[in-house]
Write a protein that binds this ligand. Structure first.
Ligand code: IVH
Length: 681
């Protein structure tokens, strides 16, 4: 190797990197595409003569080897959470109030960013010899805990630096092991181009840029990905698995300084007025941005405040997504279809003449239940206003009637028998839904299997509608537990099941045994037990046996479990068939234990006195909650009392508290204090 050649190659690379940064990150090219191509061709010509110089971060190496066996699943360094949503100024004001309440004396300032409608990814950088950092892995969000390793595809995204120079790290004071998180989006132009191509090839169009971006990132051919022109906007920086302590605005600055693309539409504000102004501006610019957004994200800026606010199960309390209001369109309802869910619930769906609303083509919309149809007086053939907000399922908002849109003529009557099994359907007193109560209704089993295998539950990839339909048709599974005794021979026999996909599905099923107690709880399909409740139950009881043995009172000790949920859980486990199912899953080796949450000692050392009648909690419930958080409850007020919790008709204890200048809380404040405890993550 000659030094001169090495020097020339390195110089050329830096020149190309600079132009890539100008073009893909800053949107300010200094040279024409042809000039850029010429530089790149020169580098491609020089490199092969010095193969020892072809490092993975060379601009020629974006499109490299492809993953041979699909994508590896990798656990995130820290869960990738989602955001709570707000839809109105009122909800924003509520959130702001709550943030301030919980932040107490800590500063509250917000950083506003656009809510980009793409998919979030995590980029892991590792130290390299030069003191800089090199892109080591790029992961999709997956279910938030475990993502897919799509490094070879991420590398093709030009706004993702393959390396970060030591000088840049030094300037920002960052170590070379960092993780950058951001949103990967497909710009409108790339989306349109993709759909023109698909049309030429006789393929159905991609529904929206977000789906197209997600599909692209999971393509097994990096050269295709390189062609799709995805863009990555960075918004988070993690050091040692923790958010960078300097706060959100400084994070965005540091990311910019390191060469990442950061969305230029951002702001800082302290008031609700400031937030609403930012929202209004974003909404007015929305159509001309060149990429899709579905709202605005507000993040509390200071890390100390973020930490005090903490997390709920799935989202930080220190951030919120304001979602733009629904978009509407008018179309004709051609029919009403009834589907049977896993609980036997009959759901009516409007079959619509396809219409474009808020960036997607909609051909179905939910009609909720029989009452909804009746209240709207819906007839088949009616013209309806369809509404879509963010990723919410489209809704029928109203019936339209004018000269151009005459009323439909066919009356719809809700079926009195299950469309799948023909058994009579029932509607219980006080319930809105009609249900098929036939325990052997094939629809229930089908839907239960689909639910069990779905992402976010047992996450069994390949257990989609087609596979489930065939498994049922051949009588291979009669309950979700039967999945675990399927064999390769049985699967290869199914239509469109090659040996490889049979083996993959079996491996996925096997893997799901380790999904964990909370996932199994969700998978069982107990009414009202969703992700968060399942996680709380798992953390509290630690095993399925303990949950099955728990009394309603014990169940209700779990945060967020009230009488409605405890009753559903008790009902579920009281049924012999469900107990047998649990046993069968256990026998199949499905893990049904979890680490028990350590009692939080957050309120340790604090003494509470309760007085008067609280609006929702009984005295006992309040006491249990305080004790669960490590606090003490005393009978009388003294100088040692930390807080007095007062409800209606509080008596002398309240007077005494005032006299001793002891802080008085109402029920809401008590709950806020309890919730401010950091989550068990
Ligand atoms: S912050 C824990 N910032 O919105 C914080 N998310 O609804 C979660 N998103 O999964 C991410 N733009 O995919 C954040 N500026 C932004 C965002 C953003 C879009 C997406 C992201 C996230 C989803 C949550």
């Amino acid at each position: 190797m000659t030094d001169a050649a090495a020097e020339k190659i390195e110089k050329l690379r830096n020149e190309i990197r600079r132009h890539e940064h100008l073009y893909y990150v800053l949107d300010k090219p200094e040279i024409s595409d042809a000039q850029y191509d010429a530089l790149m061709n020169e580098l491609k010509r020089l490199e092969p003569a010095h193969p020892e110089l072809i490092t993975p971060d060379s601009p020629t190496q974006r499109v490299g080897g492809k993953p041979a066996e699909g994508f590896k699943k990798v656990r995130h360094s820290r869960p990738m959470l989602s955001l709570d949503n707000a839809y109105s100024e009122e909800e924003m004001a509520d959130w702001d109030r709550r943030v301030r309440e919980l932040a107490r004396d800590l500063p509250v300032e917000y950083t506003a960013e656009l809510k980009l409608d793409g998919l979030s990814v995590a980029l892991q950088y590792q130290p390299e010899e030069t003191g800089g950092a090199r892109l080591a892995a790029g992961l999709t969000r997956g279910d938030g805990q475990i993502g897919e390793d799509v490094t070879s595809n991420i590398r093709t995204i030009r706004s993702v630096p393959l390396s970060i120079g030591a000088d840049k790290l030094k300037k920002t004071g960052l170590p070379p092991s960092i993780e950058v998180r951001g949103e990967c989006v497909m710009p409108a132009a790339a989306f349109e181009r993709l759909n023109r191509e698909r049309e030429r090839e006789g393929l159905p169009p991609a529904v929206n840029p977000r789906n197209a971006a997600a599909g692209t990132l999971r393509t097994l051919e990096p050269s295709i990905v390189a062609n799709r022109r995805l863009v990555l906007y960075a918004y988070f920086l993690l050091v040692n698995g923790e958010y960078w302590p300097q706060g959100q605005a400084a994070t965005l600055d540091a990311l910019t300084a390191m060469g990442f693309r950061v969305n230029p539409h951002r702001g800082r504000m302290t008031s609700i007025d400031g937030m609403m102004q930012f929202i209004e501006k974003a909404e007015s610019e929305r159509a001309t941005l060149g990429y899709e957004i579905d709202g605005v994200v507000f993040k509390v800026d200071a890390q100390a405040t973020q930490q005090r606010l903490g997390y709920t199960g799935r989202a930080p309390r220190w951030a919120i997504a304001y979602k733009f209001t629904a978009q509407q369109a008018i179309t004709q309802m051609e029919d009403i279809m009834i589907t049977v869910g896993r609980s036997g619930k009959l759901t009516p769906t409007a079959m619509l003449r396809p219409v474009f609303v808020g960036g997607v083509t909609v051909s179905r919309a939910t009609l909720h239940n029989a009452d909804f149809i009746e209240r709207m007086g819906l007839k088949i053939g009616d013209w309806v206003k369809v509404e879509r907000g963010g990723d919410v399922i489209p809704k029928v908002a109203e019936v339209v009637e004018d000269a151009e849109h005459p009323r439909g003529t066919r009356k719809f009557s809700f079926p009195s028998v299950c469309p799948e099994c023909g058994n009579a359907v029932v509607r219980e007193e006080g319930e809105a839904d009609w249900r098929c109560v036939n325990a052997d209704c094939p629809a229930k089993l089908r839907e239960s299997l689909l639910h069990f295998g779905s992402r976010g539950v047992m996450n069994i990839e390949g257990l989609g509608e087609a596979a489930v339909a065939q498994l049922l048709e051949r009588g291979l599974v009669k309950s979700v537990a039967d999945l675990y005794s399927l064999t390769e021979e049985q699967l290869v026999d199914l239509e469109r099941f090659a040996e490889k996909s049979a083996r993959t599905l079996l491996a996925e099923i096997r893997n799901s045994k380790k999904a964990g107690l909370s996932r199994v709880l969700m998978g069982l399909g107990i009414r009202f037990v969703g992700e968060r409740t399942a996680e709380l139950l798992a953390a509290e009881f630690g095993s399925i046996d303990a949950i099955m043995a728990a009394s309603r009172e014990e169940l209700e000790r779990v945060e967020e479990v009230g009488p409605r949920i405890s009753e559903a859980i008790e009902d579920f486990f009281a049924r012999p068939a469900n107990r047998a199912l649990v046993q069968a899953l256990k026998d199949a080796g499905v893990e049904m234990t979890a680490e028990k949450k350590q009692r939080s000692a957050e309120l340790a050392g604090l003494t509470f006195v309760l007085t008067g009648t609280l609006p929702n909690l009984t005295r006992d419930q309040a006491k249990q909650k305080i004790e669960a958080a490590g606090g003490k409850v005393a009978g009388s007020v003294s100088k040692k009392t930390s807080y007095v919790v007062a409800g209606e008709e509080a008596g002398s204890k309240l007077d005494k508290a005032r006299e001793l200048k002891i802080l008085v809380l109402d029920e809401a404040r008590l709950l806020a204090l309890l919730e401010a405890r950091p989550p068990a993550q």
